[in-house]
Write a protein that binds this ligand. Sequence first.
Ligand code: GLN
Length: 521
Amino acid sequence: MTKYVVMTGGVVSGIGKGITAASLGTLLKSRGYKVTLQKFDPYFNVDSSHLSPYQHGEVFVTDDGSETDLVIGHYERFINDNLDWRSDITSGRIYRKVIDNEREGKYDGSTVQIVPHITDEIRNQLLKFDDDTIVIVDVGGTVGDIECTPFLEAFKQLNVLAGENNVAYVHVSYVPFIEMSGEQKTKPTQHSVKELQNVGIQPDVIVCRSDYPLELGSKKKMAAFCNVYPDCIIENLTNDRILEIPLKLEAAGFATAVLRKLKLEDREADLTEWKEVVRRAYSLKKTKQAKIAIVGKYVEMHDAYISLYESLKYAAIDLRLTFKLDWISSDKLTDGENLKGYDGIILPAGFGERGFDGTLTAAETARKNNIPCLMIGLGAQAGAIEFARNVAGLSDANSVEFGETDCPLVCGGTTPFKKGNHLTTIKRGSVLAKAYGSSIGMRHRHRYEINAKYADVLVKSGLSISGMSDDGFIDAFELPSNKFHVGVTFRPEFNSKVGHPDKLISLFLSSAAKDVAETKD
Ligand code: GLN
């Protein structure tokens, strides 16, 4: 029987509901339960493919090529599993399905309405399993939002339809502290629970995000007014060490409270590996460090590169080193002088011509000064074009993404867009082979490809083609004369999990790292 944990958000957004849901996944999995997560987002975009990184941060790509909300990346990293499109359901997807059904005459002439057609379709999208798998359902938005209502209505009915022992309702709320009066305030939580009760959902567990420890009085008040057991009021203290959050929530009894409601055994959690990662991350003294520059287009919005940041973090933890990150706008980079002070440079994925000249400059600076450089997606296309123009004598080399060119070093692909997991065959003896062996399936998200027609001339000039796609394009290249100068069209950052960093990112960081004493500050 599938068990569901429906998680709603209250009071304000941005209080870490996604990380709370992912953490619950970690805690249940550590007890040997099978777990998966699904996000139900109220917005009408069908998926994240057209969403601007400035508004929603990174578009996370799953193995099946779905373009999802960045929280899916957190889920994958926290439960160490690969998810797919079913983990990112939006109102757009639901309404489109219902309208398509109506057009196909599937509703037998009945009037199509929010209840039951939309609410039924919402529940149709819930994953179902034959065994005791726990599905954590993260409902986007905040209770009281107009767009949220159909989701709440749909999940309210779950209690009856799936059976009350098979559903736990968790409300994630915020408990502010008013500095002037020195008081912790539970009223916003009480109101948001009332709002939830108005639609018929009685929370079983309330996770209270708070900047200060929850006072006993606050806990008692919330338990009484919100009608929950006192040990189901779970403290979630503000903590920028996000890897610590599952451990704190474990200590607060979060998973225990949820399992009790689901009538599942509260087995002992095996968090040994997770604790070791946390110890290495926050307690272990580091002897090496690296000063890294990310030269990208969306650098004002760090969430646009969240997977890249997290994957660097996991690699650094594994290598026991620290890294300092500077975000440099490719748009503003006119000469590479500033970059010479860095131990490593990353040119991340991106779209469009703005900032491309800056990216070329960064690639050239890294190559000429033997600064370890990891180039991803558009960054790799820039690295290839820079090398073609400045070393291989192909002065007109360019990408067709920016218009017609006589030398389409980056050309149109055979598919309009390559998304999701695709195979790369790797050259023996390369840095890439050191990371991944003879082949690797990695996630892609790009429209243009590095043209294999130019492989010979690039190779003659010293570049090594270290990865080829099965449809005949250059997936990876590297410069053997440099310490680390590697370009990959795929996205290694999407394959990192907590405690299991991506190997190429680890190789990059270790080639950039210096002993603490040596590092430039
Ligand atoms: N804009 C480029 C393309 O579509 C690169 C995309 C990316 O960085 N993955 O091919």
